[in-house]
Design a protein around this ligand. Structure first.
Ligand code: SF4
Length: 348
């Protein structure tokens, strides 16, 4: 913990507080719009040393800062090692990338079959509908993704949807990051209807971090859209640490579990954040309390700027062995790595 007495004097006064607006009085869009984007403000609000500012500002030029208030409110004040803070704090370490780290570690450029459509695996295709995320995770493998090249809006998605319509082998459509739940409820509802109108598509999968970082995103409209879709719908949330799940998040996840065919979680193995069996056991148990099952534990993808999060595979295997010895099988995630060009994820 830092001695906070004099630190805030180095920052201008800001009006923002760490209090989370209630779900009734403030919409998720307002919360998203008011997310912290200035590293000076982040350090001020969390009473962290001003000496962190120059490197944070440089790192933000590589990948901007975005931290919404509900997530911010779960970070311990004055603790520069807080596991939630470390996921979002821009550091000078991002400027150093060893050999083997690239801007496109999963070869997604090669997997692009049409504007905004990626196909990596048989029977499944991924639609990139937005570049917006409610939080910027510093380890994100898409931190350099050219989102500006992807179509936006229901009219612009027509070509992407036609591409899906033209391939009868595609039975599952994935919506992924940017965060598809950053689309408005009417946009999302129209998109789900368009996807459901494709005869050969049976399943919809939504990958999202929004229900965790802004639980208010789980609106009645969203729940209705999911309930009324004829598709089997799977939602995969993204939680790395049990402290990300507070009561409002648990409530949101529980509501989602009621309207989906499956509610799963994926976690990225991150140095100094969750690289111990104790932390991951607590995460699995917490997820179950919210009716979410652990799905994947991902080895970090070697993206430029994230090397400091890398955990050796042998450590990951030891963690999984420990989890297997201490948890029922359904609470142990599959430890995997995505390798470009492979027909499926690789088990480690
Ligand atoms: S929410 Fe997902 S896509 Fe967005 S920055 Fe985080 S990891 Fe990347």
């Amino acid at each position: 913990m830092q001695n906070i007495t004099n630190q805030t004097e180095d920052y201008p006064l800001v009006s923002r507080s760490l209090e989370v607006p209630s779900s009734i009085s403030e919409s998720w869009k307002k919360i998203l719009a008011s997310a912290v984007r200035d590293p000076k403000e982040l350090l001020h609000l969390l009473e962290l040393p001003p000496s962190l500012l120059p490197e944070a500002q440089r790192a933000c030029e590589l990948f901007p800062l975005v931290v919404p208030q509900p997530y911010l409110s779960r970070i311990e004040i004055g603790n520069p090692k807080d596991p939630l803070l470390l996921q979002v704090l821009p550091l000078g370490l991002e400027e150093h990338s060893p050999d083997g780290y690239t801007a496109d570690p999963l070869g997604e450029d090669e997997a692009l079959i049409s504007p905004g459509v990626l196909q990596k695996y048989h029977g499944r295709a991924l639609l990139v509908t937005t570049g917006i995320c409610a939080i910027h995770c510093r380890y994100c493998f898409r931190r350099h993704f050219p989102y500006a090249d992807s179509p936006r809006g229901i009219e612009a998605w027509k070509e992407s949807l036609d591409r899906l319509r033209a391939d009868s082998t595609i039975t599952e459509v994935l919506l992924s990051g940017g965060d598809p739940l950053s689309l408005s409820d009417p946009q999302l509802s129209s998109l789900l209807k368009e996807i459901a109108s494709i005869d050969h598509v049976e399943r919809l999968r939504i990958h999202t971090r929004l229900p965790t970082v802004i639980p208010q995103r789980v609106t009645e409209e969203l729940l209705n859209s999911l309930t009324s879709s004829p598709l089997k719908t799977v939602v995969v949330v993204h939680v790395n640490h049990h402290r990300e799940i507070d009561d409002s998040c648990r409530e949101a996840l529980f509501k989602l579990s009621k309207v989906t065919s499956a509610l799963l979680n994926q976690t990225v193995l991150l140095k100094g954040i969750n690289d111990s069996s104790i932390e991951l056991k607590r995460l699995s148990e917490r997820l179950l309390e919210c009716s979410v099952l652990p799905y994947y534990l991902h080895q970090l993808d070697p993206v430029i700027g994230a090397a400091h999060f890398q955990v050796p595979v042998e450590n990951g295997r030891a963690i999984i062995e420990d989890l297997e010895a201490n948890l029922p099988g359904y609470l142990v995630p599959k430890y995997v790595q995505e390798l470009p060009g492979k027909k499926s994820k690789t088990r480690l």
